[in-house]
Design a protein around this ligand. Structure first.
Ligand SMILES: [Zn+2]
Length: 139
Protein backbone atom coordinates (compact mmCIF):
# COMPACT_ATOMS: atom_id res chain seq x y z
CA UNK A 1 0.00 0.00 0.00
CA UNK A 2 1.21 3.49 -0.80
CA UNK A 3 1.72 5.42 2.41
CA UNK A 4 0.66 8.86 1.27
CA UNK A 5 0.43 10.17 4.82
CA UNK A 6 3.12 8.83 7.15
CA UNK A 7 2.70 8.49 10.90
CA UNK A 8 5.61 10.86 11.57
CA UNK A 9 4.10 13.49 9.34
CA UNK A 10 0.66 13.06 10.90
CA UNK A 11 1.90 13.32 14.50
CA UNK A 12 4.06 16.36 13.78
CA UNK A 13 6.70 18.04 15.89
CA UNK A 14 5.03 17.41 19.26
CA UNK A 15 3.72 13.85 19.06
CA UNK A 16 1.47 12.55 21.83
CA UNK A 17 2.70 9.77 24.14
CA UNK A 18 -0.71 8.37 25.03
CA UNK A 19 -0.84 4.84 23.54
CA UNK A 20 -4.54 5.27 22.77
CA UNK A 21 -3.82 8.31 20.62
CA UNK A 22 -0.98 6.54 18.81
CA UNK A 23 -3.27 3.61 18.14
CA UNK A 24 -5.98 5.99 16.86
CA UNK A 25 -3.49 7.63 14.51
CA UNK A 26 -2.30 4.31 13.08
CA UNK A 27 -5.89 3.17 12.57
CA UNK A 28 -6.86 6.45 10.88
CA UNK A 29 -3.88 6.46 8.52
CA UNK A 30 -4.32 2.82 7.55
CA UNK A 31 -7.90 3.57 6.53
CA UNK A 32 -7.29 6.93 4.88
CA UNK A 33 -4.21 5.82 2.94
CA UNK A 34 -6.00 2.76 1.57
CA UNK A 35 -9.05 4.83 0.67
CA UNK A 36 -6.96 7.42 -1.18
CA UNK A 37 -5.26 4.65 -3.08
CA UNK A 38 -8.61 3.13 -3.97
CA UNK A 39 -9.93 6.39 -5.40
CA UNK A 40 -6.75 6.92 -7.42
CA UNK A 41 -5.10 9.71 -5.45
CA UNK A 42 -1.33 9.46 -5.83
CA UNK A 43 -0.22 12.74 -4.33
CA UNK A 44 -1.64 14.56 -1.35
CA UNK A 45 -0.84 17.51 0.90
CA UNK A 46 -1.89 17.16 4.53
CA UNK A 47 -2.94 20.54 5.89
CA UNK A 48 -3.72 19.39 9.43
CA UNK A 49 -2.94 16.19 11.32
CA UNK A 50 -2.66 15.65 15.07
CA UNK A 51 -3.17 18.78 17.14
CA UNK A 52 -2.23 19.02 20.80
CA UNK A 53 -5.09 20.51 22.84
CA UNK A 54 -3.01 23.68 23.30
CA UNK A 55 -2.33 24.06 19.60
CA UNK A 56 -5.94 23.31 18.73
CA UNK A 57 -7.12 26.08 21.05
CA UNK A 58 -4.53 28.48 19.65
CA UNK A 59 -5.75 28.04 16.09
CA UNK A 60 -9.41 28.26 17.05
CA UNK A 61 -10.22 24.59 16.43
CA UNK A 62 -13.46 23.11 17.74
CA UNK A 63 -13.25 22.24 21.44
CA UNK A 64 -14.02 18.58 20.76
CA UNK A 65 -11.93 18.43 17.59
CA UNK A 66 -11.12 14.89 16.49
CA UNK A 67 -7.68 16.20 15.49
CA UNK A 68 -6.80 16.23 19.23
CA UNK A 69 -7.60 12.52 19.56
CA UNK A 70 -5.76 11.45 16.36
CA UNK A 71 -9.05 10.62 14.70
CA UNK A 72 -9.10 13.29 11.96
CA UNK A 73 -6.97 14.55 9.12
CA UNK A 74 -7.31 17.46 6.69
CA UNK A 75 -6.09 17.18 3.11
CA UNK A 76 -5.63 20.06 0.72
CA UNK A 77 -8.25 19.79 -2.03
CA UNK A 78 -8.35 23.05 -3.95
CA UNK A 79 -9.58 21.42 -7.16
CA UNK A 80 -12.09 19.28 -5.25
CA UNK A 81 -10.87 16.06 -6.86
CA UNK A 82 -10.60 14.20 -3.55
CA UNK A 83 -13.88 15.54 -2.23
CA UNK A 84 -15.87 14.72 -5.33
CA UNK A 85 -14.38 11.24 -5.62
CA UNK A 86 -15.27 10.54 -2.00
CA UNK A 87 -18.74 11.90 -2.57
CA UNK A 88 -19.34 9.61 -5.54
CA UNK A 89 -17.66 6.63 -3.85
CA UNK A 90 -19.20 6.66 -0.42
CA UNK A 91 -18.92 2.86 -0.16
CA UNK A 92 -15.19 3.41 0.36
CA UNK A 93 -15.93 5.60 3.38
CA UNK A 94 -18.66 3.30 4.68
CA UNK A 95 -16.58 0.12 4.48
CA UNK A 96 -13.79 1.79 6.49
CA UNK A 97 -15.97 3.58 9.03
CA UNK A 98 -14.82 7.00 7.83
CA UNK A 99 -16.76 10.28 7.77
CA UNK A 100 -16.23 13.63 6.03
CA UNK A 101 -17.24 17.16 6.77
CA UNK A 102 -19.66 18.57 4.23
CA UNK A 103 -17.52 20.07 1.47
CA UNK A 104 -19.29 23.43 1.77
CA UNK A 105 -17.80 23.78 5.25
CA UNK A 106 -14.24 23.12 4.11
CA UNK A 107 -13.60 26.41 2.33
CA UNK A 108 -11.60 29.26 3.80
CA UNK A 109 -12.51 32.88 3.22
CA UNK A 110 -9.52 33.12 0.88
CA UNK A 111 -11.00 30.31 -1.22
CA UNK A 112 -8.59 27.53 -0.28
CA UNK A 113 -10.30 24.19 0.13
CA UNK A 114 -9.65 20.98 2.03
CA UNK A 115 -11.26 17.67 2.95
CA UNK A 116 -11.69 16.73 6.61
CA UNK A 117 -11.86 12.96 7.14
CA UNK A 118 -12.44 11.39 10.55
CA UNK A 119 -12.60 7.85 11.89
CA UNK A 120 -15.47 8.35 14.32
CA UNK A 121 -19.10 9.07 13.55
CA UNK A 122 -20.42 12.59 14.13
CA UNK A 123 -23.51 12.99 16.31
CA UNK A 124 -25.75 12.98 13.24
CA UNK A 125 -24.22 9.75 11.94
CA UNK A 126 -24.18 11.30 8.45
CA UNK A 127 -21.36 10.22 6.15
CA UNK A 128 -20.96 13.87 5.03
CA UNK A 129 -21.80 15.96 8.06
CA UNK A 130 -22.23 19.60 8.98
CA UNK A 131 -19.55 20.37 11.57
CA UNK A 132 -21.12 23.31 13.38
CA UNK A 133 -24.33 25.28 13.57
CA UNK A 134 -23.18 28.29 11.54
CA UNK A 135 -23.45 28.78 7.81
CA UNK A 136 -20.70 27.51 5.48
CA UNK A 137 -17.77 29.88 5.01
CA UNK A 138 -17.63 30.99 1.40
CA UNK A 139 -15.15 33.24 -0.29
ZN1 LIG B 1 -10.20 18.85 10.14
Amino acid sequence: MVELITLDKYLGLVPPHDPTLLSNAKDLLLKVNSLLQEIGITDVVMTSGYRSPEYNTAIGGAANSKHTTCQAVDLSDNDRIIGMRLYTFQDGLISRGLYCEDLDYCIKKNGSKWVHIQSVAPKSGNRFFIPYAGPPIRK
